[in-house]
Design a protein. Structure first.
Length: 760
């Protein structure tokens, strides 16, 4: 056979290649013989190797665990096989076998790469053929997995045989048709497939990427309630119920999917009822386990790590971070080099969407993500196709910067914005850093939406970061409640005794300064001492025009303890709540001067003066949200929330009937008259605080009814008045005794990660 003439006659993509280039291609090409029944299993070949059938006939099979292998198509003389088709993803591949004695021409990818211009037509054609063939294969694979109801579960042999015959007919009549007619669609991150209330236009099978399921609540709030991973169906419920879309579907990464038309779906339902049973089970399990009005908590995540340009070495940090993450679940770190080595194809990690190796790379990565709980994508220092891949495959993007360097974020921001995903800044500090500084500047310059601090070599810091990013953060929410809030310190002592690490903290009112001390890294004993010092002489009464207390002492106290800290500088993520009297809205303080934020949060209306803020007036957060569980759930969607409530479940009782009016002068006279019994009436301060706390109870009850808190404890701090700020020790003891046993049981049942990882 004249190979050169054959290529011109049988392979149209080579008809315009120069003769000398054909000679160069053939000089490095080789022939491969396959006997009937023999498989084509290449090894050690570079991306772009192409196989051309010279003689015989090759069939492409879909390997699968159940049933017989399914032939996708036959390849005749002159047909091409691109090497990237041969390994689609780990544990699943397209299998090529000779149906008769055959002969193949193997064209070297290395040689083709040297022919920069003349190889394009051939490579593009082979890549298109590979994508088309792979697409048909994926249609068969995913629909087969979705609908297959094996007869092995049926005890009656006759019925089992009948089920298998029905399945074979289904494959011949339906799958073979769909593999040709399936309509493929690509979604960019953030793009909607359809929205809640839309008319149905078929069901979709996800081939790669991740889809989010959103439900719009009565408050017009969109919450994520489930996720769809590749190989799963979406949109089928509207077809079954013949109704409008019950949820919105959004791409959380770049996604490829194909549509199952309504008429085909209905045809399957009418003619293959037994096969539909498997799909019904899938739908039932999905709704039973995931879909509800409760917020979805992701169990797996991909994290992309980018290092800002500079001389800092983040390799030790990445090694320790991977170790910490591995304590939470199976973890794999992927780099350009490791991907090339594991796939066995140099340069495949830097494939672009149109490159021949892109199909293999995408489905190989899908396989890794299915196998591991956490996949870390480490980008290099330069922006490349691999860096783009890291961003597009990730659920979270973190930028690691060393505080000893001052990188230029501008060029990086422009590139990372194209991913459509917000990013987080991780600042690496010297090992013995006491207080971070300039954190607000770093956050602003980086364009990040969140900031975390890590001291080099500090295992607690790295473990905390791993728990937060890995979805296992334990967060603490502290309520307001006047002096009864010192019971929170007892809760902190119990948590330390049980070795439960707090990764995030948020609070309202008296809880705010206590939470601030925790966020600074202080322990329970130190906080108890600080509380004694800070609140011992708190009350500085004034003429009650604006408030009962002028607030000078409490302002000086809070300022002395927190003035050096901005909220962005706290080691542990922190927020506190105040109420904007001007706009009648809740304010969540996550940035700025921490002393001012805490002072606003404790501004009990009528007791302490409001805090002016840009022409607005801020008062105690307990007016609107005394236990901000809902706010914490937004910060910690996947982890555990411990909520401690020191507000009594009911208000004060009337100890005597003093009528419909009450003279303060009469109260004062009775108080100092030893011959008359004092009037048993609540103080003005306790009335104000109690009214405020009870007024926000609706928010608390809604959060609890929605299951937003994983552990909730209401502590009735008996014998401590709302304004008895000298009773620190008494309230602290009550708090400890109220939670120690229940927290111990809960932490064991909830499998809380208690022990910091040991890292050498």
């Amino acid at each position: 056979m004249d190979i050169k003439q054959f290529l011109h006659d049988q392979v149209p993509t080579l008809d315009d290649v120069r003769t000398q280039d054909i000679d160069k291609i053939l000089s490095s090409a080789r022939e491969s013989q396959l006997a009937q029944g023999q498989s084509l299993i290449p090894s050690g070949l570079d991306v772009g190797d192409i196989y051309i059938v010279l003689e015989g006939r090759i069939a492409s099979f879909l390997r699968r665990e159940w049933g017989v292998n399914r032939i996708i198509e036959h390849l005749e003389v002159g047909d091409l096989i691109a090497e990237e088709e041969l390994e689609i993803e780990e544990g699943f591949e397209c299998h090529f076998k000779a149906m008769q004695d055959s002969r193949l021409l193997v064209i070297s990818g290395q040689t083709l790469n040297e022919l920069k211009e003349t190889k394009k037509k051939l490579l593009n054609y082979s890549s298109q053929q590979a994508r088309s063939r792979t697409s048909r294969m994926l249609v068969i694979k995913y629909l087969g997995n979705l609908f297959h109801a094996s007869g092995q579960d049926i005890s009656d042999p006759a019925l089992r045989i009948q089920a298998e015959i029905e399945w074979m007919d289904f494959e011949d009549q339906v799958l073979q048709n769909l593999k040709q007619t399936a309509q493929w669609q690509v979604l960019s991150r953030g793009e909607y497939l359809f929205k809640q209330g839309d008319e149905e236009k078929g069901a979709y099978i996800l081939a790669s990427g991740v889809l989010g399921v959103e439900i719009t609540t009565d408050n017009n709030e969109a919450i994520e309630v489930a996720r769809i991973k590749h190989g799963e169906i979406v949109g089928e419920l509207a077809l079954i119920t013949d109704d409008k879309r019950s949820a919105s579907i959004i791409a959380l990464r770049e996604c490829e999917l194909f549509r199952l038309p309504s008429n085909e779906f209905k045809h399957i339902a009418e003619h293959y009822p037994r096969i539909m049973l498997n799909l019904y089970r899938t739908i039932s399990n999905r709704y039973k386990n995931n879909w509800s009005n409760k917020q979805y908590r992701p169990q797996k995540t991909n994290i992309a790590i980018f290092q800002m340009h500079g001389d800092g070495d983040i390799a030790p940090f990445i090694k320790e971070f991977k170790t910490s993450l591995a304590n939470l679940g199976s973890t794999e770190l992927l780099t350009e080099t490791s991907v090339d080595q594991q796939i066995g194809k140099k340069g495949i990690s830097n494939s672009s969407r149109n490159d021949p190796g892109n199909i293999s790379l995408m489905h190989w990565l899908n396989g890794r993500e299915l196998k591991f709980d956490y996949v870390i994508y480490q980008a290099g220092k330069k922006w490349s196709n691999w860096a783009k891949r890291c961003a597009s495959q990730s659920d979270q993007i973190i930028i690691v910067a060393d505080t000893d360097n001052t990188p230029n974020f501008k060029s990086f921001n422009q590139k990372i914005k194209t991913t459509g995903l917000p990013w987080t800044l991780v600042l690496l500090h010297p090992e013995h850093c006491k207080i971070p500084n300039n954190s607000a500047y770093w956050l602003k310059e980086s364009g990040a939406t969140q900031l975390y601090h890590v001291r080099r070599g500090n295992h607690d810091d790295i473990d905390r970061l791993a728990r937060i990013l890995g979805g296992h953060a334990v967060s603490l929410v502290l309520s307001g409640g006047g002096a009864r809030g010192f019971a929170h310190i007892g809760v902190l002592r119990a948590l330390e005794e049980l070795n439960i690490k707090i990764d995030m903290i948020g609070a309202t009112s008296i809880g705010a300064p206590i939470a601030g001390w925790v966020a600074q890294g202080r322990g329970a004993n130190e906080i108890k001492t600080l509380a004694h010092q800070a609140f011992y002489k708190l009350k500085d009464f004034t003429f009650p025009l604006t408030s009962m207390i002028q607030g000078k002492r409490i302002a000086e106290t809070i300022n002395a303890q927190t003035a050096a800290w901005d909220i962005e500088d706290y080691w542990i993520p922190f927020f506190c709540i105040s109420t904007n009297l001007t706009t009648a809205k809740q304010v969540v303080h996550v940035s700025g001067n921490s002393a001012r934020a805490c002072r606003a949060s404790v501004s009990i209306p009528g007791v302490l003066p409001p805090v002016p803020e840009k022409n607005h007036l801020l008062v105690d957060g307990g007016v609107m949200n005394n236990l901000p569980i809902d706010v914490m759930r937004a910060f910690n969607p996947s982890g555990k929330i411990i909520a401690i409530d020191v507000a009594p479940p009911s208000g004060s009782l009337a100890k005597e009937d003093y009528g419909l009016n009450l003279s303060g002068w009469k109260q004062l006279f009775r108080l100092f008259n030893p011959f008359q019994k004092p009037i048993q009436a609540p103080s003005i301060g306790s009335v104000i605080i109690q009214s405020m706390v009870l007024g926000s109870s609706t928010v608390r009850e809604r959060s609890l009814s929605q299951g937003l808190a994983d552990y909730y404890q209401n502590i009735h701090v008996k014998g401590v008045g709302l304004l008895e700020f000298h009773a620190v020790s008494k309230a602290e003891k009550i708090g400890y005794e109220a939670v120690i046993d229940s927290l111990r049981k809960w932490s064991n049942d909830a499998s809380i990660i208690k022990v910091s990882s040991s890292q050498d």
